[in-house]
Write a new protein. Structure first.
Length: 140
């Protein structure tokens, strides 16, 4: 991974073999990014997607392997228990232009991934909501 910072904005390049979620988590920790949002695109070959089942209050997980283009990667940065918390969703396309999408648990770069991050000066925490079953924003 390599990146360049311009004020509160970061341009990030992930390289073949890197895992997207862990790489972004590491960058946010090293750059002390506590709040922000990001978008990106690129190519991956192994992805774990989640879909939250609201009745069961749990994620259904699906792993995809093969060549996929990330047509859209979107997410936000906050904190939970004083640790960086990433929430991201992804849309993918395969060789037949079939689309897949959902909550991104992890994904491995097959060529490159480019991500743009905008850091925001501030802090928004997350807290687990047992009624919903998710970690929700908590505004103080």
């Amino acid at each position: 991974m390599d990146h360049k910072k311009f004020g509160n904005k970061y341009f990030v390049r992930l390289d073949k073999g890197e895992e997207i979620v862990a790489s972004l988590q590491s960058l946010c920790q090293s750059e002390n990014i506590k709040l922000g949002y990001f978008q990106g695109f690129g190519a991956v070959n192994k992805v774990e997607l989640g879909l939250f089942k609201t009745v069961e209050k749990e994620y259904s997980v699906r792993t995809l392997e093969g060549d996929f283009e990330i047509t859209s990667l979107l997410g936000n940065i906050s904190t939970k228990d004083d640790e960086t918390y990433l929430h991201m969703h992804v849309n993918l396309s395969d060789i037949e232009n079939t689309g897949f999408g959902g909550h991104l648990n992890n994904a491995y770069v097959s060529a490159t991934v480019e991500i743009f991050i905008e850091a925001i000066d501030g802090l928004v925490k997350r807290e687990f909501d047992p009624e919903i079953g998710l970690n929700l924003y908590k505004f103080d």
